[in-house]
Structure formats: structure tokens, C-alpha cells
Design a protein around this ligand. Structure first.
Ligand SMILES: [Zn+2]
Length: 246
């Protein structure tokens, strides 16, 4: 049941055709795992919290530095040196005291990831490196949790939604080498991609619309174009194929 305050707080989305109080209750009951409280995780967490997703567990092992502040908008100048999860939880509780924010300060590894992800409804990929993305991808397959992928580089970004056992996964999509060095990012780029991920999460939880599955959405901010690539499942994929090693 939604309280009078919740009905008022979420009124403008509840009146979206098809959304209704029922959709809002689905968000309230949802438990999601958001991995990364940085460039993608900041706007992602803000919109997920403001929308009333009931439980958000944020995983990040970093502290806030000056060089984060052009894009990691949950963290402010006064937060430099703090744990990102603490800084994030404080802001999210002010944005929406109705929701529960859980925090885990840890670097995800093969050893700890399944225990951390167990009991959640889905995983949001808001990380900044390929090895951790592959780890989330394998975890998504092993625990059958949908994975909402996003990534950014400079003015460019991409997003895809992965439903384990049904749609292509990250390993079907990309098997190249990890990019090396510092990734350039304009702060507005992860805001675009995180908004797409959040829209996908809310659609998945409420059952509305068509998900961004079987296709990669590519955003080119420099020329202001969106493009879609059709992605097929690879039967030989090491993560989701017939011979998977999860
Ligand atoms: Zn695959």
C-alpha cells in the first residue's frame, strides 16, 4: 500500500497511462543492485531513488576525489576524501526518505559477487571497466538476474538490456581488449546513458513498453545521433551459450 505522501510524491508518474498505483507498488517492492557510485551510478541512483525504487544497494569501493566532480554528481566538493557509498547514501536519503538505501564498500570479485547479488531483482552496470562488467555479466547469467548495461567514453555512450537465457549478453556483444588509461568523459554523457538505464529498469519492473534487448543503443553526443545495432546471441558464447562456464 502507498501512503498519502507517497501518492503525492509519485503523482506525476502514477498518472502516466498504464503506470498507476500498481506500477508504483512494484517499484516500492523492488530490490536492485547498483554497482558503481561514479559517473553512471550518480545520475542512475538519483533517478531510481526519486522514482521510488524501494531498496537500492550501492556497491563501490572508492573515495571521492576532485577529478570525479565533473561527472559524479552525487558527490560534491565537500565530500572529497569520503567514501562514495556514504556520500551517495546521504544524498539519496535526502532526495527520497521513503526508500531504503543499502551500501557495500567492497571491490567485487569472483569470490564475493554472488553473495552480494543474491536476493536482488536485477543488476545495474554502472562500472568503469570491462573486467568488472564481465564479472557482472557472469553473475547475471548464474543468478538469472537481468543486467542493465551502460558505458561511456567522451561524448559517446551505449546501453543494452540483458535478460539471462533469453537475450544476447555482454560477452556475445564484445570480446575485445580492455581500453587502457584514463577514460575521457563529459559529465552530461553518463547522464544520458544512466537515464536510459533507469528508464529500462522502471519499464522492466512495471512491465511497461519494449525493452532494449537484442539491440545495442549507441549515443553519439558530438554529432547528436542515436544509432541501434542488432545483436544476436552467440551459441558458442562463454557466458550465455551452450557451453558456458559460469
Ligand atoms: Zn553471451
Amino acid at each position: 500500500m502507498l501512503s498519502p505522501d507517497e501518492l503525492e510524491r509519485y503523482r506525476r508518474q502514477i498518472i502516466i497511462p498504464g503506470f498507476g498505483e500498481e506500477g508504483q507498488e512494484k517499484l516500492k517492492n523492488a530490490r536492485i543492485l547498483l554497482v558503481g557510485a561514479g559517473g553512471l551510478g550518480s545520475p542512475g541512483a538519483i533517478y531510481l531513488a526519486a522514482a521510488g525504487v524501494g531498496t537500492i544497494r550501492i556497491v563501490d569501493s572508492d573515495t571521492v576525489s576532485l577529478g570525479n566532480l565533473n561527472r559524479q554528481i552525487l558527490h560534491w566538493s565537500r565530500d572529497i576524501g569520503r567514501n562514495k557509498i556514504e556520500s551517495a547514501a546521504e544524498k539519496l536519503k535526502e532526495i527520497n526518505p521513503e526508500i531504503k538505501v543499502e551500501t557495500t564498500k567492497v571491490r567485487l570479485t569472483d569470490e564475493n559477487v554472488r553473495e552480494i547479488a543474491a536476493g536482488y531483482d536485477l543488476i545495474v552496470d554502472a562500472v568503469d571497466n570491462l573486467p568488472t562488467r564481465y564479472l557482472l555479466n557472469r553473475t547475471s547469467m548464474a543468478l538469472k538476474l537481468p543486467l542493465f548495461h551502460g558505458a561511456v567514453y567522451g561524448f559517446q555512450g551505449q546501453a543494452m538490456t540483458i535478460l539471462p537465457g533469453q537475450t544476447p549478453c555482454l560477452m556475445c556483444l564484445y570480446r575485445g581488449a580492455s581500453p587502457r588509461g584514463t577514460v575521457p568523459v563529459l559529465g552530461a554523457t553518463p547522464a544520458v546513458i544512466a537515464s536510459i538505464q533507469t528508464t529500462e529498469v522502471i519499464k522492466y519492473l512495471t512491465g511497461l513498453g519494449q525493452l532494449l534487448t537484442n539491440r545495442l543503443l549507441i549515443y553519439d553526443g558530438l554529432n547528436m545521433r542515436f544509432q541501434e545495432l542488432k545483436i544476436s546471441r552467440d551459441p558458442a558464447c562463454k557466458h550465455c551459450g551452450d557451453n558456458r562456464q559460469t
